[in-house]
Write a protein that binds this ligand. Structure first.
Ligand code: ZN
Length: 445
């Protein structure tokens, strides 16, 4: 890491409390933001990024992703959620070994960095999560994540390779937490990840809440994604999905809930003022025909909502630009054309996303003292000009081709439009090889 890095010139979307937009430089010292705006012109930094024609903004926060599913891109389409899980995703996840897991993680990490993402909250599969942390650490991103916890076989739908006891699920999670939480200069953080109410027992949830409270870690889960799932939760527990999580104590510790589409009024009341954030996954919700989350309503209730891609198996991209576009557009379809303007989608992809996954003190805005997680965009391309409204240009028109540079924790991950930390050709070659190995092992129908 360069000791001093100067991101020179440009328009700075600080996303600070006052949402200031400044012109000037961002100075980074030892991975932290040391100055924003005017920086001594005589300063000789160890490294510099020329952003004079560009826009400097906080690196995007990916609020919900499954890196392990990046290899399942384009192979599990046109199915509803529970069938999609049972027929394709769980058998493929069960077939992963450490080598294929690394290949999946690298493929996903390359795509995220290329598109300006610096932080991601990842839900793993049941096994081999150490490989994902190892690859995230090498790539230099800020990665929160944990192994999926699945101690309930969901009536036999979970394949043998993913089944685990409550005890082994907790023990494996704790071992990963001890090894990885705080590693990589604090960039890697553990998140306990009970997959969803139908695959994780109440006992497991209670223990996860205890462990998270003791360790200061996040809980990450899915809830209220699909009407069939909500009905099954009601049959099993006699209550709504979020009510179930609330009764188990999950909302009393920092937690991030993916989807939250089908919620009753009393569930929104229980989320309000709790420690939970929501990861809205518009592309996945559309493609799996899950429904449209009431994002403006959740935000009005003061509940932080970030934007997630979910897995490549249901998106099929890990592209924050497309997800921001869809978040804004879906809100309009549900609540009218003036719902969720571009600026608000941009907030969700940066500072509010950081709040939704418990990182708001670390990143998500460009402020002195925060870690230097930045993206530099060039908006002078034929598909983005005139960029009168910068937020509109970013949310509705731009894509990864506009991402000139990416910095995480003061380290340059992408520069002059090229990802430095992972080689695209090698990532693709390994992904193809790993996909071959996976399909020879997986029992998909
Ligand atoms: Zn998910």
């Amino acid at each position: 890491m360069p000791e001093t890095l100067l991101v020179r010139g440009g328009t700075i979307l600080t996303m600070n409390r006052a949402r200031e937009i400044l012109r000037g430089d961002v100075l980074v010292e030892d991975g932290a933001i040391a100055a924003v705006g005017a920086v001594d012109p005589g300063l000789l930094p160890d490294a510099a990024i020329d952003a004079r024609e560009g826009v400097i903004l906080p690196g995007f926060v990916q609020a919900h992703v499954h890196l392990c599913q990046t290899l399942f891109r384009n192979c599990a389409d046109d199915l509803p959620l529970l069938e999609w899980l049972r027929r394709r995703i769980w058998p493929l996840e069960a077939a992963h070994d450490e080598t294929t897991m690394r290949a999946a993680a690298r493929l996903g990490l390359h795509e995220l960095i290329d598109a300006g993402v610096t932080s991601a909250l990842d839900m793993g599969s049941v096994h081999h999560y150490g490989a994902v942390f190892d690859e995230g650490g090498r790539a230099g991103v800020r990665l929160l994540g944990g192994k999926a916890m699945m101690d309930d076989a969901a009536g036999g739908a979970v394949p043998e390779g993913l089944r685990e006891s409550t005890r082994s699920s907790i023990e494996e999670s704790l071992a990963l937490c001890s090894k990885w939480h705080g590693a990589g200069n604090g960039r890697l953080r553990y998140a306990f990840a009970p997959r969803f109410a139908l695959s994780s027992t109440p006992d497991l949830h209670r223990e996860v809440v205890r462990q998270s409270a003791a360790r200061g870690t996040l809980v990450h889960t899915h809830a209220s994604e699909n009407a069939e799932e909500v009905a099954a939760v009601r049959r099993a527990f006699g209550k709504g999905n979020v009510e179930h999580l609330a009764d188990l104590g999950v909302l009393e510790v920092p937690s991030a809930i993916a989807h939250a589409i089908h919620l009753g009024e009393e569930e929104i009341d229980r989320l309000r003022g709790s420690k939970a954030g929501i990861a809205h996954c518009p592309a996945s919700n559309l493609k799996l025909a899950s429904g449209i989350a009431g994002v403006p309503r959740l935000r009005r209730a003061g509940i932080p909502v970030g934007i997630g891609s979910d897995g490549a198996a249901c998106n099929n991209r890990l592209d924050p630009f497309r997800d921001m576009f869809l978040a804004a557009s879906l809100a309009k379809l549900r609540d009218g054309a003036n719902a969720l303007p571009a600026w608000e989608a941009l907030e969700m992809a940066t500072i509010e996303g950081a709040r939704a996954i418990g990182l708001e003190k670390v990143c998500g805005s460009i402020e002195v003292g925060k870690r230097a997680d930045l993206a530099v965009l060039r908006l002078g391309t034929p598909w983005t000009v005139p960029a009168e409204s910068i937020a509109s240009a970013i949310v509705y028109a731009a894509d990864a081709r506009n991402v000139e540079a990416v910095v995480c924790d003061g380290e340059i991950l992408k520069e002059r439009g090229r990802v430095l930390v992972l080689d695209a050709e090698e990532v693709v070659a390994r992904a193809r090889e790993a996909w071959g190995a996976l399909t020879s092992r997986a029992a998909v129908s």
